[in-house]
Write a protein that binds this ligand. Structure first.
Ligand code: ADP
Length: 194
């Protein structure tokens, strides 16, 4: 099963990706997680990405395209993968198409998790507070109101056009993200098996 999860920040992509990992025994490829781990390890890529991510802007396409291309070659991606947070721009989607063709892989579907833009800022900021409280650590640096608004604008401008891009390929399966986690999971399983 080769799936892309598409949707605005806060729609629940990461949560659903983790559930799909369990259900299908395939890895979650989250460019956000990979970049955050590069930052934590202070690699050159992480150091270059940190400022951009802290502002809520997108790191350059070449950087994330490289991460994904390398990751897709790993053994654990043979049975499939869940892409979470990639592609995020039309050029990234075109690069992914080229990669998949070269590697002889085909997508099974693009699951669009829709969400009401008005609730997303609150959802993300509250989630950040809860995570910080639970871990006793710091919230994600890009989870404050101003940066979240920028992430949502970036989504609307650069990432939302991907819905049309993949609709033209007949791959989009939309799911209402404004339900409980379990209901969203059930809806995703339904659309994937239809
Ligand atoms: P969310 O979907 O909650 O905004 P992510 O963890 O997917 O969070 O991404 C966090 C940040 O990482 C983004 O705001 C961006 O700076 C960077 N990033 C992640 N994936 C990509 C990508 N595919 N292209 C460019 N930047 C990315």
């Amino acid at each position: 099963m080769r799936i892309i999860l598409l949707g605005p920040p806060g729609a629940g992509k990461g949560t659903q990706a983790k559930i799909l990992v369990e259900a299908y025994g395939i890895p979650q490829l989250s460019t956000g997680d990979i970049l955050r781990s590069a930052i934590a390890q202070k690699t050159p890529m992480g150091l270059a990405a940190k400022e951009i991510m802290d502002r809520g802007d997108l790191v350059p396409d070449e950087v994330v395209n490289g991460i994904v291309s390398e990751r897709l070659d790993a053994e654990d991606c043979k049975p499939g993968f869940v892409l979470d947070g990639f592609p995020r721009t039309i050029p990234q989607a075109e690069a992914l198409d080229a990669m998949l063709e070269e590697k002889g892989m085909e997508l099974d579907g693009v699951v669009e998790i829709t969400a009401d833009p008005d609730v997303l800022v609150d959802r993300i900021v509250n989630r950040a507070r809860e995570t910080a409280a639970a871990s006793g650590g710091a919230a994600r640096a890009d989870d404050n109101v101003e940066v979240v608004r920028n992430r949502l604008n970036v989504y609307r401008e650069l990432t939302e056009p991907l819905v049309g891009y993949y609709k033209a390929k007949g791959l989009v399966k939309s799911v209402d993200g404004m339900q409980s986690v379990e209901e969203v999971t059930a809806a995703i399983r339904r659309v994937l098996h239809n």
